[in-house]
Design a protein around this ligand. Structure first.
Ligand code: HEC
Length: 116
């Protein structure tokens, strides 16, 4: 009778070695938190009321809103962090940015930078 026990598989090696490799590889290939464009698209839904393209004007009252789609990821992250810290002052954008965490900002930037 062949022995079907798993004595040849060391559970420490089979689980922890790939996990460790992943933990080392992830920060090495991306300096900032990797943005998830799919999550970013959902987060951006609330922003479309103002950043809704079409002439880049808000529907109400009638002020210009900057084009945010297709900007570079770094540019978008910097802009949102500046509003968040208050370095860049704008009442609505400041309020928007303060409700975000770093991951939200990264996700939104990943989504917007891929919008054509
Ligand atoms: C009430 C309208 C409004 C809403 C809602 C809004 N924005 Fe804005 N946003 C603006 C305006 C107006 C500016 C320009 C402000 C300024 O002059 O600094 C701006 C600026 C920005 C900028 C900087 C653009 C640049 O070129 O410097 C980014 C990035 C941005 N918004 C992203 C977002 C995101 C992401 C959301 C949703 C979480 C959002 N905005 C929601 C009105 C809005």
């Amino acid at each position: 009778m062949p022995d079907h026990s798993f004595k040849d598989i060391d559970p420490m090696r089979s689980v922890f070695v790939p996990l460790l490799a992943l933990l080392i590889a992830v920060p090495a290939c991306n300096v900032q938190a990797a943005g998830d464009a799919v999550a970013g698209e959902k987060l951006f839904y609330t922003c479309t009321g103002c950043h809704g393209i079409a002439g880049y004007k808000n529907a109400y009252p009638n002020y210009s809103v900057p084009k945010v789609g297709g900007q570079s990821e770094t540019y978008l992250i910097n802009a949102l962090k500046a509003y968040q810290k208050g370095d860049r002052k704008h009442p609505t954008m400041g309020a928007q940015a303060q409700s975000m965490n770093d991951q939200d900002i990264a996700d939104i930037a990943a989504f917007l930078s891929n919008v054509k």
